[in-house]
Design a binder for this molecule. Sequence first.
Ligand SMILES: [Fe+2]
Length: 218
Amino acid sequence: MSRTTEPGTGAPTGATDRVDVSFMYAVHDAFQRDLDRLIAMADAGDVSGPALRAGWDRFTTFIAVHHTAEDTHLWPVLRGRVSDTAVLDRMEAEHNALDHLLDAVETAIPGPANVLAARAGELAQGLTEHCDNEEELALPLVQKLLTRKEWNAFGNEQRSKLGMSGAASFFPWLLDGAEDATRRTVLGIVPPPVRLLYRAVWRPRYERAPRWQMPASA
Ligand SMILES: [Fe+2]
C-alpha cells in the first residue's frame, strides 16, 4: 500500500485511523490514585513501615518509564508535524517541573509525616495539572497526527523498559482501585496470557506485598 501524507502535516494517512488513548487515561488515573494513598498515609502518620519505600520505588519507576517514553517516542514525533510547538514545549517543561517535585518527595521520605504530606500534595497538584493539560492539549495531537504503528512503538518502549518483572507489578498497580469500566478496557487491550498472569499470579502477589493503601479510617 502506498503511503501519502496528511495535507500540511507530513503525517502518514494512517494517522486518520485514530489511535486508542484509553490506556493513557488509565495510567494517569493510577498515578493520581497512588498519590492520594501516599497523602492519606502521611496525613495518618503512617510513614515508618516498609510500604512507604516500596510504594515510592514503584511509583517513581512507573512515572519515569512513562514520561521518558513520552519524551522519546511521542513529543519528538509530533514536533516534526506541527507548525506551533507550544504544546510540546509545555509538555517537556512540565515533565522537568515534575522531576523537581519528585525530588522534593524523595527528600521528605521517611518523614516527618507532615512534611511528607505537604511535598506529596504539591506533587499531586502538579501531576494532576500536567495530566489534565496532556489530555486536553497533547492527546488530540496524538490522535490526529500519530499512526497506530507509532503509538504502538510508544507502548512497546514502556513494555521493554518494564520487562516481565515490572509488568508483574505494573498491571495490578494500574488496576488497584480502578473503576470497573477501566478494568474492563485495560484487560480487553492486553493479550490473553497477560490477562491470565494478572489474575492468577500478579495481582495476588501484589496484594501480599507491602504497598500504599488508604488508612482504614480514610
Ligand atoms: Fe502521559
